[in-house]
Design a protein around this ligand. Structure first.
Ligand SMILES: Cc1cc2nc3c(=O)[nH]c(=O)nc-3n(C[C@H](O)[C@H](O)[C@H](O)COP(=O)(O)OP(=O)(O)OC[C@H]3O[C@@H](n4cnc5c(N)ncnc54)[C@H](O)[C@@H]3O)c2cc1C
Length: 394
């Protein structure tokens, strides 16, 4: 089928064929985009160039909507889900290759995608199919946006000994029957909350069990706070979300009630590798910068060569882990990735000199972004090992 027509002012659509992945031409202002079907394709190169071009100053007022739209059109959100769920069914290794490329091009947008896909995976993995049927098609097409608020069940506020977000059983949900919940409290960290149509949040019941629920944002009882200005990734528009009696009918419960709901189901990230992947992707951006500089500055040649080799070795270890090779300790990999991204970005800054310290220079931004990996879902043993290293304790 041939379809010729005009969309929004800057868009000219030229479709040959129908549906994915048979169409191959969308002209969107600057770029012809086709679905990315492999992580090493020309289309992937184009998307990464586009993301680099779109990167602007890091500001809570600037959510990367255009970059996310470009990713949606290129089919990025489909990489991570099975064909049965409407995805492309990429292997864990290809998903990792894809994330490595995206993170090197634009860490903030890639981070937002990880949170979005965290929500989508949990929805797809749920035995309760009603949320998947209602939401997955528009989420995968990039027409709606979902994100997660789960850290208060795992890594945030654990020392306080009381749940941040309480789930009270609601035996009769008007018009929807029984076995629902009412949410009271807040989720402290939710990326892109103010831009979300749907939240996937964890909450704790008085008996110690937990639920994971899909909560539409178009209700007064769900209130995203102003996003917080951050050391880096401010454009991820991360902030808390308050819940004042938001009702979750049974059909929106994705998992639970059960102890440790985050340990259930297959909806987590690729074996816990996602954070390490983004760190190594950012280290690649820094290594490539040094290689580029070294081309005209002989004194940088050895340094650039060594860093490039280190990043390549980390990429290989990561892909081995993604392919499920035995003897891959994920905690150790995370520690290595954290150390690598910190020293790679600081090496790039040293080479960029004062020019790299100017606020909008990419190298300075990478240095700030590298600090994120010290706090983002950092397992306690990894954080403890960093602390010991930093103060010289063995
Ligand atoms: C930019 C960004 C985006 C994020 N996006 C998301 C998201 O979309 N979804 C999501 O679920 N999570 C998200 N997170 C949360 C993240 O994954 C971690 O859970 C979070 O960084 C943990 O930090 P915290 O300050 O909440 O930890 P906490 O452990 O709550 O520490 C906070 C403070 O409590 C004190 N404290 C800590 N431990 C103790 C103790 N044992 N005894 C006494 N006092 C203590 C310290 O003063 C510390 O500064 C995001 C985080 C960031 C920074």
């Amino acid at each position: 089928m041939i379809f010729l027509g005009w969309g929004q002012p800057s868009c000219f659509f030229f479709f040959l064929g129908w549906g994915q992945p048979s169409y191959f031409g969308v002209f969107d202002g600057f770029l012809t985009m086709a679905p990315i079907l492999t992580p090493d394709s020309v289309e992937m190169d184009r998307l990464c160039d586009r993301l680099r071009d779109l990167t602007v100053s890091d500001d809570v007022a600037v959510f990367p909507e255009e970059a996310l739209r470009a990713c949606g059109r290129a089919g990025v959100f489909r990489w991570f889900l099975s064909e049965q769920d409407g995805g492309y069914g990429w292997s864990p290794a290809d998903q990792t290759r894809g994330y490595l490329r995206l993170a090197a091009a634009d860490l903030t947008t890639t981070f937002v995608i990880t949170q979005r896909m965290g929500a989508c995976r949990r929805i797809a993995a749920s035995e309760n199919r009603s949320v998947a049927q209602r939401w997955l098609p528009s989420l995968l097409a990039g027409e709606s946006f979902a994100t997660v608020g789960i850290s208060h069940l795992t890594t945030s506020r654990q020392h306080l000994g009381r749940p941040a977000l309480a789930a009270h059983p609601e035996p009769q949900v008007p018009g929807l029957g029984g076995n629902g919940y009412r949410l009271e409290g807040f989720s402290p960290w939710v990326t892109g909350a103010a831009h979300a149509d749907l939240l996937v949040v964890g909450a704790s019941a008085a008996d110690g069990t937990q639920i994971l629920a899909a909560v539409p944002c178009d209700q007064d009882a769900v209130r995203p706070a102003e996003p917080i200005p951050l050391v880096a990734l401010s454009s991820s528009c991360t902030g808390r979300v308050d819940f004042s009696g938001a009702v979750v009918p049974a059909e929106n419960i994705l998992a639970g009630p059960v102890a440790d709901v985050m340990r259930t189901g297959q909806g987590g990230n690729t074996g816990g590798l996602q954070t390490s992947t983004l760190a190594i992707g950012l280290a690649r951006a820094a290594a490539d910068y040094l290689l580029e500089q070294a081309a005209g500055r002989a004194e940088l040649a050895d340094v650039a060569g060594r860093l490039d080799a280190d990043v390549s070795a980390a990429e290989r270890r990561l892909l081995d882990a993604a392919e499920g090779h035995p003897n891959c300790d994920l905690g150790e990999l995370r520690g290595q990735a954290n150390r690598l991204v910190l020293r790679a970005t600081q090496a790039a800054l040293t080479a960029a000199k004062g020019a790299g310290f100017v606020a909008d220079h990419p190298v300075g931004r990478w240095c700030r972004e590298a600090l994120f990996f010290l706090v983002w879902s950092c397992p306690q043993p990894v954080a403890q090992a960093h602390l010991c290293e930093l103060v010289g304790l063995q």
